[in-house]
Design a protein around this ligand. Sequence first.
Ligand code: C2E
Ligand code: MG
Ligand code: MG
Ligand code: MG
Length: 285
Amino acid sequence: LKRAKQTDRIEIYEPEAAMLSDNRFGLETELRNAIEEDRLHLAFQPLIELASGKVAGFEALARWDNSEGKSVPPTEFIPIAEDSGLIVPLGQRVISKAAAVLADWDRQNGAPVDCYFSVNVSAIQLVRDDIAAVVRQALAAHEIGGERLMIELTESAIIGDPDLALSVLSELKALDTRVAMDDFGTGYSNLAYLQRLPIDVLKIDRSFVEHMVDDRDKVAIVRTIQSLAEVLGMKTTAEGVETADQARLLSALGCDFGQGFLFARPMEGKAALDYWRQSLVRPIF
Ligand code: C2E
Ligand code: MG
Ligand code: MG
Ligand code: MG
C-alpha cells in the first residue's frame, strides 16, 4: 500500500516549472504554425461615440483557435508571441487583415464604411519592426486611406524608447493614421513625453471604469485623465464599459468614446458589419 502511494506521488510531483515551460514551448510551436498557415483571425469590438450613440470604429483583436479547436486568449498567446519574436509576423498579419476586412466591408457596402479599425501594436513590434512601413503597405495593398486605421500603443512602448516612438508616430501621422494610448493610467506615464508625442486618443483603462459608479477616487482619476486629454488636445475612450450608469457618468465627465460589454462583446467580422449597419438605423446609446 505504501509503495503504491509513493508511485502515485511520483506522478504528481513532476516538476511544475518544467511542465509549464513544456506547455509554453508547445504553444509557441503551435502558434508559429498557426501564423505561417494564416489561421489567426480577428474579432471586432465597437467604439461608441458617447454624445451621439454612433459607432466610431472597431478595435480589431487577435483570436487564435488551437489545433484542438480551443480558443486561446490573447492574454496567453500575445506574451508568448512577444517573448519568441513571433509578434512581428503576427502583428503584420493583424494589420494587413484589418485593412483587408475594411476594404471588404467597403465593397459589401457599396461605399466606404464610415468607421475605422483600431489595431494593437506591442512595444516589441515598435522596436523590431517598421510599423509605419507595415501600415503603409497594408493601406496600399487594400486601397484604403490611412485615416481608416488607428494604432494602439501602451505606455511601455513609448517609455522604452521615446525617440523611436516619436519618429514612428510622426511617420504614422504622415499617413493620416491615428494613435491611441492603450490602458492609460496603468503604466509609468511621463507627462513630458505625452505632450511631445502626436497621440490622438487616451484609452482610460478598464480598472478605473470598473467601480467608478460607487468609488469617488475612480471618478477623480477619470476626471483627471479627461482634463489632461482636453489640455493636450486629445480625445478619450473609456475601456470596459459594462453598465448604462457607467456610460452616463463617463458621458457627463466629457469622455468621448466608450468600449465595453454594455455595447457589444468582440464579434466576428460579419456580425460586426451588421452591428454597424444597425447602428445607422438606431443609435447604440
Ligand atoms: P486591450 O487592447 O486593452 O483590449 C481590450 C480587451 O478588453 C479585450 O480583451 C476585450 O475583449 C476586453 N474587454 C472589452 N470590453 C470589456 C468589458 O466591458 N469588460 C471586460 N471585462 N473586458 C472587456 P482581449 O481580446 O482578450 O485582449 C486582451 C489584450 O490582448 C488586449 O487588451 C491587447 O493588449 C492584447 N491583444 C489583443 N489582440 C492583439 C494584437 O493583435 N496585437 C497585440 N500586440 N496585442 C493584442
Ligand atoms: Mg487595445
Ligand atoms: Mg486596452
Ligand atoms: Mg485595459
